[in-house]
Ligand binder design. Structure first.
Ligand SMILES: Nc1nc2c(ncn2[C@@H]2O[C@H](COP(=O)(O)OP(=O)(O)OP(=O)(O)O)[C@@H](O)[C@H]2O)c(=O)[nH]1
Ligand SMILES: [Mg+2]
Length: 287
């Protein structure tokens, strides 16, 4: 499974990436525009217990690939725009984690002047919708041209699905929250549409914002959650500091801050729920 970490500039993406992959990027690596890739083992207490009971030769965790995708820059028109690098990086992701900034940091001002998570989610959504519209419009045009010349069953079959989706996008509805049939999803698959990708909106909070966490999650969820959109929150700075500690030290640290769950555990739980995944454990002498 590959999850893409996306979001507006300075929203806390790389901080989250470093926390969950336990890597440390220096200034030069942070500034690079290409995507950072990290593989994380999915922590699972049941697996550890099974390993202790059966002592197999090797214990293999499930893994998740995280990609810290750079590439949403403010365009000349003042609106955010996806670069082609961004588009090709996220196309193949199974789901997206959209980091939305709630932390305040005067040293790193928000590009739009103030903190407003719902506005930021909407900014991003518009970009996804516009990108998908462009894909569908050009495909529909091609099909119309083609059907004028020859009869093609496949295209005739595809056309109403694409037109239905284009209408939804015109109504500013991201496709991921639509209850599309298996057949419709199958047709859409080849187009790797961005607004169809399951999305976790991950609010990036400062340690001083503990008390507003649940209320902010509820507020954003009320406006944005849907069939394949979920909302969660994490404490990027603390999680990053924690990633440098041993497990025992990290637990003490979490108790001290009253944090119930690490960012990695939150993201994994949410991603599994979003994608409808379940883990099955197998045990043998070898593995
Ligand atoms: N106070 C505070 N600062 C934070 C927090 N999380 C991130 N920052 C700071 O905000 C700045 C941006 O964080 P990054 O993680 O680099 O954000 P990004 O989304 O990767 O930014 P770009 O890749 O430039 O788009 C950095 O200076 C971080 O140290 C936080 O929870 N609290
Ligand atoms: Mg970054």
């Amino acid at each position: 499974m590959q999850l893409g970490i996306v979001g507006l500039p300075a929203s806390g993406k790389t901080t989250l990436f470093q926390a969950i992959t336990k890597t440390h990027l220096d200034g030069a690596a942070m500034a690079k525009t290409e995507a950072h890739l990290g593989v994380v083992r999915v922590p699972d207490e049941r697996l550890d217990r099974c390993a202790a009971i059966f002592s197999p030769k090797s214990t293999v965790h499930a893994t998740i690939e995280f990609v810290d995708v750079a590439g949403l820059k403010k365009g000349a028109s003042g609106t955010a725009q996806f670069t082609t690098g961004f588009l090709s990086a996220v196309k193949t992701n199974d789901a997206l984690i959209q980091v939305v900034r709630l932390f305040r940091n005067d040293a790193v001002p928000h590009a739009d002047g103030n903190i407003d998570p719902l506005r930021d989610v909407a900014t991003f959504e518009t970009e996804f919708i516009l990108a998908d519209m462009a894909v569908l419009e050009s495909r529909i045009e091609k099909i119309h041209k083609q059907l004028g010349r020859t009869h093609d069953e496949q295209m005739k079959h595809e056309l109403p699905v694409l037109e239905k989706c284009l209408a939804l996008l015109h109504a500013e509805k991201p496709l991921r929250n639509e209850d599309l049939s298996k057949e419709e999803l199958h047709i859409l698959k080849t187009y790797q549409l961005l607004s169809l990708k399951p999305m976790l909106i991950a609010l990036s909070l400062d340690e001083s914002q503990q008390s507003i966490k649940d209320e902010e999650i509820a507020r954003v969820a009320a406006a944005k959650a849907g069939l394949r959109t979920r909302v969660a929150a994490f404490f990027g700075k603390i999680d990053m500091e924690m990633s440098e500690l041993s497990d025992d030290e990290a637990r003490l640290f979490m108790d001290e801050y009253g944090i119930r769950e690490s960012a990695l555990d939150t993201l994994i739980r949410e991603a599994y729920a979003l994608l409808g995944l379940q883990s099955f454990l197998t045990v043998g002498e070898e593995e």
